[in-house]
Design a protein around this ligand. Structure first.
Ligand code: SF4
Ligand code: NI
Ligand code: NI
Length: 709
């Protein structure tokens, strides 16, 4: 048998099954029965991205199958094999979507099945920063449970996102190995067709971040090949169906590594036989050209981004530090070089082994840094990373920031020997490696007695935080000489550029003007570049000749001009990792804002994923804009259209989050008290009529403003 016979045979078999399944469903439900996956704006994402056609019911699904058939040519050429692989993948998607008929929930723990659009957006930033250096798809059962778990663990320790299909899922369960999106090991499903759910993620990434037009199959495959660092590990025995799926993976640019030696044909860099399962990891990384940032820290537990989302329950916790109950804080302080002894650690108070199991205490850690190029402006930038650093420790959970932190140490970490000095070691090692351009010396002091913690918090930390807030709070776009570009997201969204100003942070919410400044100074050739703002074109919408020039240059000409303060005229583009989306609501002359966490409907008749599907990809979409949460209370928030007075609706949770600052801005700009009381939310209205009635009753200012379009 040749490789062609196997691919074609596997494809034919899956096609036959799919046809049977669709016919069966039509017989059972009738051809008008709706078919869809939950939580996606991309219909059947694989079929939609490849063909540009949305399938909504069984009749259309049957027609789609006819289109799939045209891909199944049978010449013995490589392209025919690849297209048959793609056809197999599309058939798998059809079989999977049938499982979701009538809102069924076909997947039970630990399996996930279909992954919603929100998951893809969440993956965007870590994939861009290299925190997730790759995506592994492990298919079938390893030769032994130990080898299977070892392989999963090896990827996880490197921060690679692992998806599991088939027997490997049972092997992880048998070994009691923790899986779940929070630890970046995602069991998809036990049938081979469930592999489509990771393909679906890759293809939607191309639509969302890459602005690939649905149906542009050539560019789609180019995008996945160049920008989605995925690969497949398939355990023997490989049947023809798996071989056909593998051809589909290769067509998308994802190499397949297998320990199958019978009846298999090697394709350099694409289909690789590796008999030794312990070498799967190295072979795969090499084939896909994935480089791992090594963070080796001398502590008794593992450290890596895979542990970032780990949750430690009460029963599993050795000791907890809880800033909401007692005095806690974390603080970075700039010192003179002579005042700091590099790598020095001091513990003032008890160590973790002197506390009772399950007890709550105070903690304060002060990281003192010194360096010729260090500036106090960088302190909050470092501090903000502590959440990530501490969370990446296996068996340690961290939430919050500043003096509202909570740290839990698990019994497992404690039993492995994790103590206060190890916490200090992590802070030291990460600061020194990430900020070596400005930090020459670093020392860490950890306080665990109540008295000292109270003192540090109230006398040292809070005054420092207040001083900083005052400085940042007083900073305006006019008060600084330059802005910064950020192109961190271009790894995924090749033409997207954020212009970051003091009053408008990056749309991801993670890059403030100070962060961008620090990034630029730490890495002058890096993603954040200085943009001057000397040649004003239009003050009202915030358009500058120099900003335009920068945007043209950094978008490689894809973007011509951009305004900083308008949602209608030359609005800034979005990559895909926006915290919020704002869209115009014509009936009230206002705008509605939805945040990513909000799962419900908005008065615009669209959910967050639906809004997001028309906002991303690095293109300008007047009337819609992605932005960070903090931007909502900014005086520059769509200033050109009248500013925050235009906000007529946002989800309740978001409203509560931004209320204090938003109300202060409304009071200052327009003299309105408690502005958020005039803004609708989902408990008040999810449709425009009810919303307008509510706004009328409250006398919302947007109603009497000029129409926006
Ligand atoms: Fe991406 Fe913009 Fe955030 Fe930079 S500021 S990481 S480009 S969203
Ligand atoms: Ni206190
Ligand atoms: Ni982005």
């Amino acid at each position: 048998m040749t490789l062609f016979d196997r691919v074609f045979g596997g494809n034919d078999a899956v096609y036959g099954l799919t046809e049977g399944a669709i016919d069966g469903a039509i017989a059972q439900y009738g051809e008008d029965k709706a078919v869809s996956f939950p939580n996606t704006a991309y219909s059947l994402p694989c079929y939609y991205s490849v063909t540009g056609t949305k399938v909504t019911n069984l009749k259309e699904l049957k027609e789609a199958l006819g289109v799939v058939k045209t891909l199944m040519t049978r010449n013995k050429r490589l392209n025919d094999a690849f297209m048959s692989g793609v056809a197999t993948a599309l058939c798998a998607e059809f079989i999977e979507v049938l499982k979701y008929i009538d809102g069924a929930e076909p997947y039970a723990e630990p399996c996930y099945g279909h992954l919603g659009d929100a998951v893809i957006r969440e993956l965007g930033v870590p994939l861009v920063t290299g925190d997730i250096p790759g995506v592994a798809v492990i298919l079938g059962a390893a030769p032994s449970v130990e080898e299977g778990v070892e392989l999963v663990k090896s990827y996880q320790a490197q921060g690679i996102l692992v998806t599991l299909v088939g027997g490997i899922i049972d092997q992880c369960e048998e070994a009691g190995y923790k899986t779940g999106a929070n630890v970046r090991v995602i069991p998809l499903g036990k049938d081979v067709t469930s592999v489509i759910h990771v393909v679906s993620v890759a293809l939607r990434a191309a639509l969302i971040f890459g602005n690939i037009a649905p149906g542009d199959a050539g560019n789609l495959m180019k995008y996945t090949f160049e920008r989605v660092p995925a690969f497949v590990n398939a355990f023997k025995p490989l049947d023809d169906v798996i071989v056909a799926c593998g051809a589909g993976a290769i067509a998308l640019g994802f190499p397949v590594v297998t320990n199958e030696t019978e009846n298999i044909f090697r394709v350099p860099k694409s289909l690789i036989v590796q008999e030794d399962v312990s070498k799967f990891n190295a072979t795969s990384l090499e084939a896909r050209d994935i480089k791992i940032k090594i963070t080796k820290i001398d502590i008794p537990v593992a450290f890596g981004s895979a542990f970032e989302g780990e949750i430690i329950r009460k029963g599993d916790m050795q000791v907890e530090f809880d800033g909401s109950r007692v005095d806690c804080c974390e603080l970075v302080q700039t010192k003179e070089l002579a005042e700091v002894e590099d790598h020095h650690f001091e513990l003032i108070g008890k160590d973790f082994d002197e506390f009772e199991v399950g007890s709550k205490h105070s903690i304060a850690y002060v990281v003192e840094v010194a360096g010729k190029n260090m500036q106090p402006d960088f302190e909050p930038v470092f501090e903000r990373k502590f959440h990530n650093y501490v969370n990446c420790i296996e068996g340690v959970m961290h939430t919050g920031q500043r003096d509202m932190i909570r740290v839990r140490i698990s019994k497992d970490a404690f039993n492995a020997g994790f103590r206060a000095k190890d916490l200090a070691e992590v802070l030291y090692a990460r600061i020194k490696s990430e900020f070596d351009a400005v930090v020459d010396k670093c020392q860490v002091k950890i306080y665990t007695n109540d008295e000292d913690c109270t003192k540090i918090r109230h006398e040292l930390a809070i005054p420092a935080f207040d001083k900083r807030d005052e400085r940042i709070g007083n900073m305006t776009d006019e008060s600084v000489g330059v802005y910064y570009s950020c192109i961190m997201c271009q790894a995924f969204s090749p033409s997207h550029v954020c212009v970051v100003t003091p009053e408008r942070l990056g749309l991801c919410g993670a890059v403030s003007w100070l962060d961008a400044k620090a990034t630029n100074e730490l890495d002058p050739a890096g993603p954040c570049q200085v943009i001057t703002k000397e040649k004003v074109i239009d003050e009202r919408i915030g358009e500058y000749e120099d900003v335009n020039e920068a945007v043209r240059k950094f978008s490689q000409g894809a973007l011509q001009d951009v305004s900083l303060y308008s949602i209608m005229e030359k609005p800034m583009t979005s990559c895909g990792c926006f915290e919020c989306i704002c869209g115009i609501e014509p009936f009230s002359n206002g705008v509605c804002i939805a945040n990513r966490e909000y799962a419900g409907m908005t008065p615009l008749g669209m959910t967050f994923p639906e809004l997001a599907s028309m906002t991303g990809g690095g293109v300008q979409t007047p009337g819609f804009m992605g932005h960070g949460k903090q931007f909502i209370s900014s005086k520059k928030f769509m200033k050109a259209e009248g500013g925050i007075e235009r906000i007529v609706w946002m989800p309740k949770e978001l409203k509560d989050q931004v209320a204090e600052k938003l109300n202060a801005t409304a009071k200052e700009l327009y003299g309105i008290d408690n502005f958020t009381d005039m803004i609708g939310d989902e408990t008040i209205a999810e449709d425009p009529e009810t919303l307008v009635a509510f706004l009328t009753e409250k006398g919302h200012p947007a109603l009497s403003m000029d129409p926006m379009m």
